[in-house]
Design a protein around this ligand. Structure first.
Ligand code: RTP
Ligand code: MG
Length: 140
């Protein structure tokens, strides 16, 4: 299995709950390594750019408002099968469907304020990582 990188956001509702460290612990205990990380607050335009793929969805406006409503923690995670592994420990998009012990089961408030984002494919991971990090910040 190849070593992959994926992109993570700890969303504003989880940052507000003061559980950044708890989420990092789950990530590290899964075997994934935090290659880079920083706390940011997105502008509306930055959130709209990040979620451009969802621009036609009915929840796009409220999602972008939520994502810039407070600070987030953006990170690059690395490990074997990192993209699928991170989505597994995140749990289902809707926390009502998320398995016990997953990050969303523990920390999501609802389907929108669902605590974390993780890339869904190698191509989107590469685009999302470069949206927030430059090469000098990716020290491995
Ligand atoms: P993410 O992209 O954040 O990792 O989440 P995901 O793949 O599990 O879900 P996706 O379908 O890509 O949706 C992106 C984010 O939009 C919000 N959402 N709201 N109100 C709704 O029905 C709804 N559906 C999705 C969530 O914040 C979701 O993570
Ligand atoms: Mg998604």
């Amino acid at each position: 299995m190849a070593i992959e990188r994926t992109f993570s956001i700890i969303k504003p509702n989880a940052v507000a709950k003061n559980v950044i460290g708890s989420i990092f612990k789950i990530i590290e205990e899964s075997g994934l390594k935090i290659v880079a990380t920083k706390k940011i607050q997105m502008t509306k335009a930055q959130a709209e750019g990040f979620y451009a793929v969802h621009s036609e969805r009915p929840f796009f406006g409220t999602l972008c408002d939520f994502m810039c409503s407070g600070p987030c923690v953006v990170s690059v995670l690395e490990g074997e099968n990192a993209i699928a592994k991170y989505r597994e420990i995140m749990g289902a998009t809707n926390p009502a469907d998320a398995a016990e012990g997953t990050i969303r089961k523990l920390y999501a408030d609802d389907i929108e304020a669902n605590a974390v984002h993780g890339s869904d494919a190698p191509e989107t991971a590469a685009v999302e990582i470069s949206y927030f990090f430059n090469a000098l910040e990716l020290v491995g």
